[in-house]
Design a protein around this ligand. Structure first.
Ligand code: PHE
Length: 357
């Protein structure tokens, strides 16, 4: 029998090798051990070579034992490798863990930039507050309207010349030109009156803010898509004086006591008499400047006493009820109050502009 190779020596060798594998730490140490235990110059390899000089029986027995030893050591190395990888991963997880406390501390030191409501939304909210404080209820209506609500019920039958004042965008739905993007918030008047008749809930004091559309070329004072707020009162004994008082109360509540309102005779098919209302120029405070074309006033909206034809369209008895309505631009209010040079800034979404309000 060759020196160094017998069963007990092999068993002792394997036991020693396995314990060294178990205690090897670090990938470098493990790599070196793998070379030493299984490489070409390893004891096992040497013993393999020596098998040739043994008798057949011994060679078979020892050969099998040698193979088993080799497999046991290789397996142990593989397992230790996997274990090492798991340990390394666990260490990395600990090292990479983010401390929430630390993050919170950092956030407190440098707070994240916070957004806020858009100027138009703020303006709309503030206008609603003014009217709610005066006893109005806020209602909404659809932006896609039928010709009937947007025009017909408002005493603007097909072919009426005043339709030309509205640069209407039509939707390709139903019969031609029967569905529109609403050109004003006045159709919400009609819907509110219809609902009040149905529910027998007159009198009515509502404001209806919302988006409206007109086929227009955007410029410093026009947008294709903008916002209006509509007011409607239907009650007993309502007169033009109530309308004038309401406009004046709203103007000082929203723009301040040094800004007043005036009414100018005008025409709307759904009101009679009708007026347009102006407020003191917010730039020159009435002293006359370029922005107000040297008049000291800026135009804000339209208003009037509800035309009996509109009451007839929704089934309200004009002998008992009367009312007034007004409508003006929300964007325009923001534009005037904050002296914005170009309305388009409201839709550009440039945070340098928006952040100021
Ligand atoms: N709907 C009108 C417009 O958009 C404004 C208005 C509303 C006029 C209510 C009178 C009464 O031009």
């Amino acid at each position: 029998m060759a020196p160094g190779l017998d069963e007990s020596e092999l068993a002792a060798y394997v036991e020693d090798a396995l314990s060294r594998v178990a205690s090897a730490s670090g990938p470098a140490a493990l790599g070196a051990l793998r070379a030493e235990l299984t490489g070409r110059r390893s004891t096992l390899a040497k013993w393999h070579r020596e098998l040739g000089s043994l008798g057949p029986d011994e060679r078979r027995t020892l050969g099998r034992l040698l193979n088993e030893a080799e497999r046991a050591i290789t397996e142990a190395l593989g397992e230790r490798d996997a274990e090492r990888a798991r340990e390394a991963r666990a260490e990395r997880l600990v090292a990479d863990r983010l401390s929430l406390d630390e993050l919170v501390d950092r956030a407190v030191d440098t707070p994240l930039a916070r957004g806020h409501r858009h100027l138009v939304t703020k303006t709309r909210d503030e206008l609603e507050d003014v009217f709610v404080a005066m006893g109005y209820q806020v209602v909404e209506g659809p932006e896609v309207e039928t010709d009937w609500y947007n025009f017909e019920a408002l005493n603007l039958p097909l072919g009426h010349p005043a339709r030309g004042m509205h640069d209407t965008m039509y939707l390709d739905v139903g019969t031609s030109e029967s569905v529109v993007l609403r050109t004003h918030t006045s159709p919400v008047q009609v819907r509110s009156m219809e609902a009040a008749v149905r529910d027998r809930s007159l009198p009515l004091h509502v404001v209806a803010p919302g988006r409206v559309y007109r086929r227009d070329t955007p410029d410093a004072s026009h947008l294709v898509e903008f916002n209006q707020i509509e007011g409607l009162v239907v009650d007993e004994g309502i007169t033009f004086a109530d309308l004038a008082g309401t406009i004046s109360a709203f103007t000082s509540a929203y723009f301040g006591d040094d800004i007043s309102a005036r009414l100018r005779p005008s025409y709307f098919p759904f009101t009679e008499p009708s007026a347009e209302f102006d407020i003191t120029c917010t730039i020159c405070r009435g002293a006359r400047c370029r922005t107000c074309s040297q008049t000291g006033w800026m135009e804000l909206g339209g208003c009037g006493v509800i035309d009996p034809a509109v009451f007839a369209a929704v089934g309200i008895d004009p002998a008992r009820w009367s009312g007034f309505a007004f409508g003006f631009g929300i964007d325009r209010c923001a534009f005037m109050r904050h002296q914005i040079a170009d309305l388009r800034a409201l839709v550009d979404n440039d945070v340098r502009f928006l952040r100021q309000f």
